[in-house]
Design a protein around this ligand. Structure first.
Ligand code: FBP
Length: 248
């Protein structure tokens, strides 16, 4: 699977903006509530991809196309109001994503959830369809649910990475848990499947850049980051600093 449309020299920085569904408006202010503001950051920051759910991908199709930033459509999701064992429902098909202009698709699987079985089953069809159409598959793999409560998060990170390889993801998106040595082990477990890391809640710049250095020194391919960029007072400034570490 060629990843050349969404990676540069084997590395990538993606801008994630599916938080409106996952968390609701609490992540937003007057500026970043507007998808056009995000498209503008992606364009000025020359991101390798911008991640939207189907609604924004469809309603802002013209602006996304004009930006020339590769579109990554997230095919499933859930709201932050949902209270049961985590299940990310499919909301868009691979064919719809392709019609919207997607250069890659994203999918979330909560390993350890009592709905893991359904998510793996749903994913199998998505993976087959996407690869048949030569569309790269990025999988957010987050261990969550009753059965993983209290388990070692650093060890689960390596398990999540391995699942990405086993289910034929091209890129697995993980949360960075534990230390660099744990992340190195996760990278080993992912084999030829690449790893990008989520940004998480907004943190101070020094800590963020320290983590980006650790992420890259562990052998990851980059980040798929959201709040730490578009909640920043200087989104392009922080983008440039992150890129400097990734492509140093
Ligand atoms: P951030 O960089 O803002 O953390 O975004 C990464 C991401 O994976 C988003 O794509 C997604 O909306 C969100 O985090 C999900 O976070 P969680 O499930 O932990 O609430």
């Amino acid at each position: 699977m060629s990843l050349s449309k969404i990676m540069k020299n084997g590395k990538a920085l993606f801008l994630a903006y599916d938080q409106g569904l996952e968390h609701g408006p609490s992540d937003f202010n007057d500026k970043n509530v507007d998808p056009n503001y995000i498209i503008d950051i992606a364009k000025k920051g020359k991101y390798n991809g911008i991640i939207f759910q189907k609604g924004i991908a469809n309603k802002y199709k013209k602006e996304i196309k004009k930006s020339k930033i590769p579109l990554i459509v997230k095919l499933n999701g859930k709201t932050g109001l949902y209270n049961g064992e985590p299940y990310s429902r499919q909301l868009c098909t691979v064919n719809e994503a392709i019609r919207l202009g997607a250069k890659a698709i994203g999918y979330t699987i909560y390993i350890g959830s009592s709905y893991e079985d359904e998510m793996l089953r749903d994913f199998e069809k998505v993976e087959r369809e996407a690869h048949k159409n030569k569309i790269p598959v990025i999988v957010w793999i987050y261990p969550r649910g009753k059965s993983v409560k209290g388990k070692n998060k650093a060890k689960l990170m390596a398990y999540a990475a391995r699942v990405g390889l086993e289910i034929n993801a091209d890129i697995v998106k993980l949360k960075y848990e534990g230390r660099v040595k744990d992340l190195k082990w996760a990278v080993k477990n992912a084999g030829k499947c690449k790893i990008v890391i989520a940004g998480g809640v907004k943190k101070n710049e020094k800590l963020l850049l320290k983590q980006v250095k650790e992420i890259m020194s562990a052998g990851c391919s980059g980040l798929a980051i959201g709040r730490n960029v578009w909640q920043s007072k200087d989104p392009i400034g922080i983008t440039e600093k992150i890129k400097k570490v990734i492509w140093c």
